[in-house]
Each structure stands twice: as C-alpha cells, then as structure tokens.
Design a protein around this ligand. Structure first.
Ligand code: FAD
Length: 300
C-alpha cells in the first residue's frame, strides 16, 4: 500500500488524503477509514489513476455522494476515488441537451435545467446522488428513472475514454451495465424538453414536499434499503410485518417510511447489517418474499 500511495502522489493530483474516515463520505454517516482517498477533479485525473491502478493490478472503489452505500467500520484498504462536487461541470450542448460531469448532483443538474427552461428531471431532482451514482444505479422516483433522459455516457473502458449509447447500457430496475463491468462513469448527456419554467419549478417543489412528508430526512440513511420485489412494495411488506421501529443498536426501521433504515446516532455497520438480516428473515417467513438489497454493502 505504501508503494501505491507513493505512486499516486507522483501523479500530481491536488487532493490525496490518508486514513480518511468514510463516515464523512456517506449519507448513512457510517464507514471506517480509507487507507487512501483521492478527490479527482477531471477526466484526465481519473484516467491517470485508473491506468496506475490497472498497471499495479490494484482494485479501487468509486464514491459519488455516498447516498447508496453502507461501508464497514473496518474501512477500506483499496484506494478510494471520490467523484463529487470537484468534478461537477454542467455544459449546454444544444438547446435541449446538457452534459454533466459525473460528480454533479442531480439537484444542481435539475436547477440548471430549470434555469434553461428544460423539463424531464423534475421527478428525480430530489434524489441525493451524483450523476455518476444515479446512472450506475439507474436511480428513479415517482414513475421516472434516469434512463428516460440519458442519451450517452462518457466512461472509462480498457484504460481509455469511450462513449456508450444509452440503448447499450442495459438499464433495468436499479441496474445498469456499469454494475456488471465496473466501468467508471465520467459524465452523461441528457436530452430534455423545452418546458415552461413555472411548471418545472412547481413540479420540483411538489416532489420535494412529497419527500419531506414521507421520508425521514432528518436522520442519516441510504434511502430505501431494498429493491422493489416483483409484484410488491418492500416498504408495504415491512410495514405489514409490523417492523416499523424495529431496532438493532443504533439502527432502526424508520417509523415514517418502513423502506428506510435510519442511523439514530451511533449505528455501527454491524447494527445495520443485523437489522437488514432480521427484516429479510421476517418478511420471508410471513410473506414468502425474498427482499434484495438496493444499497451497496462494502465489507472487506
Ligand atoms: C434520503 C435518500 C433518498 C433517496 N431516494 C432515492 C430515490 O428516490 N430513488 C433512488 O433510485 N435512489 C434514492 N436514494 C439512493 C441514492 O441517492 C441513489 O442510489 C443515488 O443514485 C446514488 O448516487 P451517489 O452519487 O450517492 O452514489 P454512491 O452512493 O456514492 O455510489 C453508489 C454506487 O455507484 C457507484 N458509483 C458512484 N459514482 C460512480 C461513477 N462515477 N462511476 C462508476 N460507478 C460509480 C459506487 O461505486 C457505488 O457502487 C436515496 C438515498 C437517500 C439517502
């Protein structure tokens, strides 16, 4: 590891941190130290890092806003690349097309679209992720998914920058090709539609209010823990099983939204994992439905 850190330092990247607590990089506020964490600011920096890691046969982890991640308290030995606000330019390509770097938040992208009178992002504007994390997850809300507005993705393939047409990205419910191949997303092209700014603003406000009303936004969490099982809603199954408020240590099934597990203050990684296992076992027992995690659990 010492050797890798020395090599990373030779790349002339401004922000390299050692033994950095990952609880500061996840919305769950859980996660031990990263041995080395690099905040990349451009395509070139990401490419340099990936080439180095491939050359050294070193695996790595990408983090966007950490809003879908549960990371072990033991931390992470492999290098962590953070792609967030330092890598977040949004450019207008033509009158209905925007390009956003992977670290741009969906909120800032939606705000830019509003400023330009472009609709299409309203329903997903409140998802607290980056463009990269949202494309990786095919994030969605209120009947929309990010795939509905994505046309092309700029990414790293075989140590070079390439572009992938959205039709080849294998988008499905909370799935994309990027999960299967481990490619890094550098940025995404969005095709939007001209729309009255007042309507966009009103819709965004309405969706934001719905989140405030239904979700425990006052607590750290990673959003809905489980994917929607075919023919059911995970949160309804959990509520019907009487599991609202069920706790392990500092982790609790939210009383406001049973699909969420919240960190009530001092939840450990183990608390959350044990609670997830309990919820899955009880739902399986009561309804014969296997819940599958939507959140990405990193335990190394
Ligand atoms: C309060 C709350 C509400 C939420 N509501 C919703 C919702 O309505 N709908 C929904 O779908 N999700 C929701 N989520 C979950 C989460 O916000 C989304 O999954 C989001 O898209 C994750 O983006 P991120 O940048 O935080 O990714 P991260 O959590 O940082 O990463 C998620 C995964 O993507 C990978 N990744 C991140 N960036 C890149 C990149 N540039 N290239 C390659 N891989 C990358 C990571 O390695 C990781 O495996 C919610 C979460 C919270 C906390």
């Amino acid at each position: 590891m010492k050797k890798i850190i020395e090599e990373i330092k030779r790349l002339n990247i401004e922000t390299i941190k050692e033994d950095e607590s990952l609880s500061n990089y996840t919305t769950f506020k859980i996660g031990g130290p990263a041995r080395v964490l690099i905040e990349a600011k451009s395509d070139e920096e990401v490419l340099k890092l990936v080439r180095l890691f491939d050359e050294m046969k070193e695996d790595y982890l990408i983090i966007g806003n950490g809003s879908n991640l549960l990371i072990s308290d033991a931390g992470i030995e492999r290098p962590v690349i953070v792609l967030d606000k330092n890598f977040s330019n949004i450019t207008m390509i033509d009158e209905v097309t925007l390009y956003a770097e992977a670290g741009a938040s969906l909120k800032s992208l939606a705000n830019k679209a509003l400023e330009l009178g472009l609709g299409g992002l309203e329903a997903i504007s409140g998802i607290p992720g980056t463009v990269g994390g949202a494309v990786y997850m095919n994030a969605g809300a209120y009947g929309s998914e990010i795939k509905d507005v994505v046309t092309k993705i700029r990414y790293i393939k075989d140590d070079s920058i390439a572009e992938l047409d959205a039709s080849k990205a294998n988008f499905a419910h909370r799935r994309s090709i990027f999960q299967d191949k481990g490619y890094i997303i550098l940025g995404t092209y969005f095709k939007l539609e001209k729309k009255d700014k007042k309507d966009i603003e009103e819709e965004q406000r309405d969706y934001t209010q719905r989140r405030k009303d239904k979700q425990p936004l006052e607590y750290p969490s990673a959003g809905s823990v489980f994917k929607r099982p075919e023919g059911y809603y995970a949160s309804k199954l959990i509520e019907d099983a009487g599991l609202k408020g069920l706790s392990v240590g500092g982790a609790m099934v939210s009383k406001k939204h049973s699909g969420f597990i919240i960190n009530t203050g001092s939840a450990s990684f183990d608390d959350v994992v044990k609670l997830i296992e309990k919820v899955k076992a009880i739902v399986l027992d009561k309804f014969a439905v296997s819940l599958e995690e939507e959140i990405r659990i990193i335990n190394e």
